[in-house]
Design a protein around this ligand. Sequence first.
Ligand code: UD1
Length: 386
Amino acid sequence: MSSQPCLQDIGPVICVVGARPNFMKMAPLLRAFAAHQPRIPTLLVHTGQHYDKDMNDRLFEDLQLPKPDINLGVGSGSHTLQTAEVMRHFEPVVDEYKPSCVLVVGDVNSTLACSLVAAKKGIRVVHIEAGLRSYDRAMPEEINRVLTDQMADRLYTTERSALGNLVREGIAADRVSFVGNVMIDSLLHNRSMARPVAQTLAEAGLPTDLLANADGYAVVTLHRPSNVDQLATLQPLLKVLRDVSERLPLAFAMHPRTRANIERFHLMELVRSPRIALLPPQGYLEMLGLMAGAKLVLTDSGGLQEETTALGVPCLTLRENTERPITIEQGSNTLVGVDTKVIVQHVEEVLLSGGKSGRVPELWDGKAAERIADDLARWLLAPAQS
Ligand code: UD1
């Protein structure tokens, strides 16, 4: 009689994280894999793409992520160099641990690099947050999304539109499963532990009542290369933020790329104001507290578009496109681009009418990771298909 394989007999699921937006997606997955009966064996690999205390350590603490089993220590560099270095360091890990699959999340350079190593070695790739498309190939993440999905053997999606995108690219629909949004699993899990705004300001050495305005306050994040790498785009954006701050005080959590460019272009004076709380990159619980209490969020981040939709807080996205259309169709998000007049007009509208609150999309219910664990366990044990 041939015995059935069981999860403990197969190699671990190598779970890859690299950059900040990966951490909140991986935390609920690791919890669900550990809780699954039987447990799904994992090996947590950190590529080291993000390494600062602000960009990395605080998020690991807040999200109660376990210390990575392996850190590849790759760090910053050009996209080519960073991708190549992750690949070079990841290959020996795959050789040593003989994983049953490599599981990647999101769309950062580490996502693509580790998928490529696995695919080249005939190891199955699992992609969480598959099928999102901005249809803007100038965006580095778009290249990472398209290529990772092409290599993936099992694809989990956050919204139904993703399946159409994948099928149009020739990916078989039976590889794809709509499970909901692990990022929202994290949000719901941590919602009650969100840090009070006054405490966040105090920790940054700012007056605790800086954002206590009768009309509320807005949260700002900016870090897309297309918005912050050129003076011609960054300067007008900062000017409009300054104008907005006259109406609503701002909490501006500054990504290191953005801060470096503001300093390089000598633009710091534009954002130095008693009505702008200049903050370093925030921990997860601080950001959650800031967003949950905000009148409005202005951002170019993908994650914040989803988190504001889950919180019902109006979000103005300072981009021409989004790979997360459900946040616009159903959620609280509005695409406003980078035209300063349009941005101001939308801010005024939020002040007048309260803005869009939207509704929470299907399956953004805090249980996406559990659905993935159940499906993955079945899939790992199923006879391999060509
Ligand atoms: C990366 C992701 C982006 C994600 C963002 C969140 C890619 C292509 N981009 O962009 O999708 O939204 O993370 O932050 O993978 N730096 C530090 N400390 C760190 C990490 C980076 O100071 O811990 C600085 C370095 O100067 C570095 C720059 O930030 O050169 C950019 O870092 P990088 O990882 O290349 O890309 P991000 O802009 O963070």
